[in-house]
Unconditional design. Structure first.
Length: 658
């Protein structure tokens, strides 16, 4: 382009005047056309939301139910389309997070301070170039952390964040990014969190006839937390490739407040967690038609659980869990628009505990996937077949035992773009998946059920998407996603709290039929140069019924904790240095037990949150001051029965970027 411009200028002989050159548009490859339904939160939207952990952000995705036991340190897990948290794979920078002990990933442990994007896929990711494990999930969440980027002439980025809020919560975090060379950069993220966990709540219970059984106000006890998180990364660039090394450490000591039952307001349960993992990621394009990716990970989790409740037997146990993971994924472009991939994963898990005659289980998993993808004109399709081979061994004092299992799980996805461009598409998929019972499900001394069988799921989904950008007008961008789905789950495993939050009662429900609708819409509105509005809303309808045995009293009843109606909305308003954000979350009526009777009925709840952000530059630094007011209407509600959530609470945050 520069040569052409010089030639024109010389030819015209007007070197002493200002020349106007027509606009030059540089076009890259077209954006990836998704074949799998996805939802994303990234960049500025994550920063504007008054959320501070990954679990809080996931509340704004359709089809997701969050189990929150209350408070800053309360355990937070997610459930996708009523199939359970174990069917949801969660990847952190491309490598799945695991917990073979109980399958519960506490997403409250992962801060948003270093997160660039969170993506939710129903079914599986819109790419066949992925580890074999990713083909085995009924849904997947991908958490992508920040990759260092530096302005011209700058080799270092520093960011500091401090926050103080209700429940004596104090949070301090920092992010240091350094450019080591033209091809290598590093980042270090650290966070410290402490909170008393105390907040007022109203406890009200009524008899079936409507009369009041309990109605009192108390302060939540034993919900304190003290936690530290450190994450270090090395990023490298290669010709047509790259690599990343990551080290992660999370250490916490927390109280477990427990359920409010039998007029007991204080519990003696404590839990300490030391979670560490190291992972490596290498990817390389070889020529024009072949790509390879290699992953490796080692994780060590140490959990110390203590119960000094005088009304129960004393407990003091330590659980040590290890995981080794290796993966290779390879994709070959057979023809333009047609590619195939072959992936292999090896996973080894081991659990030990200082309990007499503990099973000390180990699990060896081998997964092989074969997939193909077609992208031709108005059609994009994927098909995959995953073979899973699992071998469990137990090593008790007197004897050892083993059990083996193998499964084939296919999937087919189709997306049609009937018009030019990608603004409208129609999609459908069918997928089969399964999940093994966890170590606690099978072998835990107090509640393990060795007769549990693997849980399998069959998913059907059909929907459409609209996505349109406008060059003129007030509305600059609008999008809508609609999906109707039908899932069947066989031998469904359900975990209920057994008086203590750390222990569970396991049960095979048998068969569950799930019908649902997910709707998501968003729009960007621009008025003049200064005023920008972002609107995002989602709605979910789910009918999830137990159809195991017609002779039971709960046949065709809604399964526990699944509301028929739920939704959320986010409205962000920006003008110059000011940003105002309002978020709304609603969960409809549901039941906390298998029988849908009045005694087990849980009332709908909703919360409204508000945040105000002011940004300014001072001393060559970017400053952001943020005020959060959560549950501004001070509603009394419970996500899990007998676990009251905080009322109105506040947080003040200050960010400094150098």
């Amino acid at each position: 382009m520069a040569c052409c411009v010089s030639h024109v200028v010389v030819a015209q002989g007007r070197l002493d005047s200002v020349q106007r050159v027509r606009e030059v548009v540089v076009v890259s490859r077209p954006a990836m056309r998704e074949v799998v339904p996805s939802q994303k939160l990234n960049g500025e939207l994550l920063e504007r939301l008054n959320t501070h952990s990954v679990a809080d952000a996931l509340r704004y995705f359709s089809g997701i139910q969050l189990k929150d036991y209350g408070g800053v340190g309360g355990i937070k897990t997610v459930n996708i389309r009523s199939m359970g948290t174990h069917h949801l794979g969660i990847s952190y920078d491309g490598v799945q997070l695991g917990n073979a002990q109980n399958g519960q990933i506490d997403l409250g442990q992962f801060s948003l301070d270093n997160v660039e994007e969170i993506t939710l896929y129903n079914g599986q990711k819109s790419a066949i170039f992925q580890p074999a494990s990713d083909f085995g999930n009924a849904g997947a969440i991908y958490i992508r952390t920040r990759r260092p980027e530096f302005a011209d002439g700058k080799r270092c980025n520093l960011k500091f964040k401090t926050q103080y809020g209700s429940s004596d919560m104090f949070r301090l975090s920092t992010l240091w990014e350094q450019q080591l060379s033209d091809k290598v950069s590093s980042s270090l993220s650290a966070e410290f969190l402490t909170a008393s966990g105390k907040y007022k709540f109203r406890y009200e219970r009524r008899y079936p006839n409507g009369s009041t059984a309990w109605d009192t106000t108390a302060v939540r006890q034993n919900g304190d937390i003290h936690a530290e998180r450190v994450e270090a990364n090395l990023h490298g660039r290669l010709p047509q490739g790259g690599w990343q090394l990551k080290g992660y450490l999370y250490n916490s000591a927390r109280g477990i407040p427990g359920a409010i039952v039998n007029n007991v307001w204080r519990r003696g349960e404590r839990q300490q967690d030391l979670n560490t993992f190291f992972q490596a990621d290498f990817n390389k394009n070889i020529g024009e038609g072949f790509s390879t990716r290699w992953l490796a990970k080692y994780a060590y989790y140490d959990t110390h659980y203590v119960n000094r409740d005088t009304t129960q037997l004393p407990v003091d146990n330590r659980y040590r869990q290890q995981e080794f993971y290796a993966s290779t994924a390879n994709v070959l472009e057979l023809l333009p628009g047609w590619s195939a991939s072959l992936s292999y994963d090896l996973k080894w898990n081991k659990l030990n505990a200082d309990i007499w005659n503990f099973a000390r289980p180990t699990r060896l998993s081998n997964l092989v996937s074969l997939a193909t993808a077609v992208d031709y004109r108005h059609l994009k399709a994927q098909a995959s077949l995953l073979a899973t081979f699992i071998n469990d061994r137990t090593h008790r004092e007197q004897y050892s035992d083993s059990r083996s299992l193998s499964r084939l799980t296919p999937a087919v996805f189709v997306n049609i773009y009937p018009f030019r461009g990608t603004f409208f598409s129609v999609r459908a998929y069918v997928k089969k998946s399964f999940r093994m019972p966890t170590f606690n499900d099978l072998y835990y001394t107090d509640m393990g059920n060795a007769s549990l069988v693997p849980e399998s799921a069959l998913q059907y989904d059909a929907g459409f998407a609209l996505n349109k950008h406008f060059e003129r007008g007030i509305v600059r961008h609008a999008a809508m996603h609609f999906d109707a789905y039908y899932n069947t789950v066989h031998d469904k495993i359900v975990a209920y709290p057994k008086g203590q939050q750390f222990r569970w009662t396991m049960l095979n429900l048998g068969r569950v039929h799930i019908k649902g609708i997910d709707v998501e819409a968003e729009a960007d509105v621009s008025v003049g140069r200064d005023f920008v509005a972002t609107i995002r809303a989602q709605y979910t309808y789910q009918d999830a019924r137990d159809v195991t045995d017609p002779a039971t009293s709960y046949y065709k009843h809604q399964i526990p904790y699944i509301p028929w109606h739920s939704g959320s909305a986010i409205v962000g308003l920006s003008r110059r240095n000011w940003t105002l954000n309002y978020s709304f979350i609603y969960a409809g009526e549901r039941y906390d037990e298998q029988e849908n009777i009045l005694y087990n009925h849980m009332e709908p709840w909703y919360t409204s949150d508000l945040s105000l952000v002011y940004s300014f530059h001072w001393q060559k630094m970017l400053w952001k001051a943020q005020l959060d007011v959560n549950n501004i209407l001070d509603q009394d509600y419970e996500v899990i029965v007998n676990y009251p959530m905080p009322g109105r609470n506040y947080a003040l945050t200050l960010n400094v970027t150098i």
